[in-house]
Design a protein around this ligand. Structure first.
Ligand code: ADP
Length: 323
């Protein structure tokens, strides 16, 4: 019997967002909009996305003993996430300073803060969370050695899902634990390294990445959907046509949904198809965590016939917001 459908090990950040007419040059000051503070970080985003779909979730993370840490704990609890594994103290809460210009382009400075202090010892001390979780997912906004410790702490039947973001070369022991490794195009290129060939396509990337050791690989392709690769071959996952307004958090919601679905016994292709619908709803709304859909909202998109229907998929019910 599992207590958690999904345990996410990863980052929790406060995203501090200011709109600007233009970015300041060196030594210059510009005035911006009122400050908006949002809960973020890939770990926090993924666990909230899964909880919103109805998964029983827990987060293993570290925040500072400060106001942003409390904001993050409150937002996790409000989403229904078990925060028993969120450690407090050691450094200030991780922060992303984000300026957005009128064209929507972001400039971001990240201070990892407490995320950088989540250690392999913290992972080993959380053994009870690993023993009671059906699926564990991680990203790379915490130290790499901590993610390696996560892979070494998995219970025998537990499935491990890794989104290597921000991307960097990965040790073989970590690659071998991934089932699947989930990458977007940028992450795929970095992981392929010298094996990247500009003339190659996503199917080739998936095959080469699979040969590096993961039991399965998923390549996400934005509006083009995704593809899944395993020992059984490479399969395309239908794209879902929606009017995208903000793709922030698409990858996080996709990964969370896929990880949760795998734990319910879905095949990799089935889980990825469901995750594509979740990602599609998320891009129809602004923001990250506030854009993540409930299971009912994903089902409504399905009924509206969004998958691969050119120009289709209007009518996704939104929470008090127009498309
Ligand atoms: P990331 O956010 O990590 O760059 P992607 O942009 O590939 O990841 O998005 C993840 C998934 O979300 C995609 O595989 C797709 O299923 C869905 N998605 C993203 N953008 C769109 C879009 N414009 N229209 C429909 N689905 C999208």
């Amino acid at each position: 019997m599992y207590d958690y459908d999904l345990l996410v090990v990863g980052s929790a950040n406060a995203d501090l967002v200011i709109g600007v007419e233009r970015r300041p040059a060196a030594g210059e000051t510009v005035l911006g909009s009122d400050l908006a503070v949002h809960p973020g970080g890939k770990g926090a985003n993924q666990v909230v996305a899964a909880a919103r779909l109805g998964a029983r979730t827990a987060l293993l993370a570290r925040v500072g003993d400060d106001a942003y840490g409390r904001l993050l704990l409150d937002s996790q609890r409000a989403a229904g996430v078990d925060t028993v594994g969120v450690l407090v103290g050691g450094a200030p809460t991780g922060v992303a300073l984000i300026t957005v210009d009128p064209s929507g382009d972001n400039s971001i400075v990240v201070s990892p803060g407490a995320n950088g202090r989540l250690t392999p010892e913290d992972v080993r001390a959380a053994a009870c969370l690993f023993q009671t979780s059906r699926v564990v997912s991680a990203q790379l906004e915490i130290p790499l050695e901590t993610v390696v410790a996560v892979a070494a702490s998995l219970a025998p039947d537990c499935r491990f899902v890794l989104n290597p973001s921000p991307p960097r070369p990965l040790p073989a022991v970590l690659l071998a634990a991934c089932d699947p490794l989930i990458v977007n195009e940028h992450e795929a290129r970095v992981l392929l390294g010298e094996a990247y060939d500009p003339a190659s396509g996503p199917e080739d990337w998936a095959r080469i990445l699979l040969a590096k050791g993961p039991r399965s690989v998923v390549v996400t392709l934005g509006a083009e959907g995704a593809l899944v690769a395993s020992g059984e071959g490479v399969e395309r996952v239908a794209s879902v046509r929606v009017d995208a307004v903000d793709t922030t958090g698409a990858g996080d919601s996709f990964t969370a949904a896929l990880a949760w679905k795998l734990g319910t016994g879905a095949s990799l292709a089935e889980a990825a198809a469901y995750a594509a619908r979740v990602g599609a709803v998320a891009v129809t709304r602004r923001g990250a965590q506030e854009s993540f859909p409930t299971a009912e909202e994903v089902e409504a998109l399905h009924r509206a016939g969004g998958e691969s229907a050119p120009g289709g998929a209007a009518g996704v019910p939104l929470r008090g917001e127009a498309l």
